[in-house]
Design a protein around this ligand. Sequence first.
Ligand code: XMP
Length: 328
Amino acid sequence: MSENVIVRPESMERITTKALADAFIEEQVAAIRAQVGDKKVLLALSGGVDSSVVAALLIKAIGKQLVCVHVNHGLMRKGESEQVIEVFGKQLDANLIYIDATDRFLDKLVDVSDPEKKRKIIGNEFIEVFNEEALKLEGISFLAQGTIYPDILESDGVKAHHNVGGLPEDMKLELCEPVALLYKDEVRVVGSALGLPDEMVYRQPFPGPGLGVRCLGAITRDRLHALREADAILREEFDKAGLAGKVWQYFIAVPDVKSVGVRDSKRYEGWPAIIRAVNTTDAMSATIEEIPYALLHKITDRITHEVEGINRVLYDLTPKPIGTIEWE
Ligand code: XMP
């Protein structure tokens, strides 16, 4: 793969409106068709903003010549893989390969409590699963990636092969990176213009290792399930309260600690669900959202009554620094 230096021309206007996005889309559709011809393109579709927008652009340009592979590592938030299947598989009629690799990932993570080891296992396993699928496919000539301009700036102008590292060398795929000159806000405007749902386009940042870094310590299926359900309640309540578009990032972390509680007049041991809700511009520092107490009480009530295994809800008031945004 080449290591071209990509520089955004100073004359390039910031894409802020539907009209500018439409012009960009038209230009890119032509460029993609010219680059790809009648060849096939492979894309790892995580469901994140960047890969989703690249997928939608490529579907518009080359339809079924794009092969999207969505790997569900079992650490997605509630409903995310389902949404990828609904939007890309059904609504956009994409050539979508869905791989439920939950067991592979979770089996590898049994008893692994060190955060760095967990990240490494998840990252390596992702590459392995994706490569296995890629090798089954025939006639693929290009690899599409959701590289965006900040990725390039952070890697000193040299293309970062960060999204899918280590594809088999003998596949010799040429890169196709149609949003590589765009900033995140522009990618979102383009995504909306392509008709992607707001939930996808305005999705909050979500770490690649997913809920794996929020199910603290060694991941177990029951605690991961509790985390996913509690997180879904938090998101639903933030949505209803109008906080979804206002707070930069919010989620639940569940530590590997139990405390005693009471349920139905019986002793009930459970994990605490820790709410994190932060505001930031660049994720380098972050402040805490002042969630109204009434909402905190409602979320606590729902989580402790609806989620098996959770018996307390805590609110993390620690800004960054000194706390990082994630717990691991
Ligand atoms: P921290 O915890 O370092 O997080 O304050 C800063 C931002 O980065 C996200 N994050 C990750 N994103 N892979 C990612 O793609 C990761 O391993 C990862 N770890 C943290 C985090 O969610 C926050 O937005």
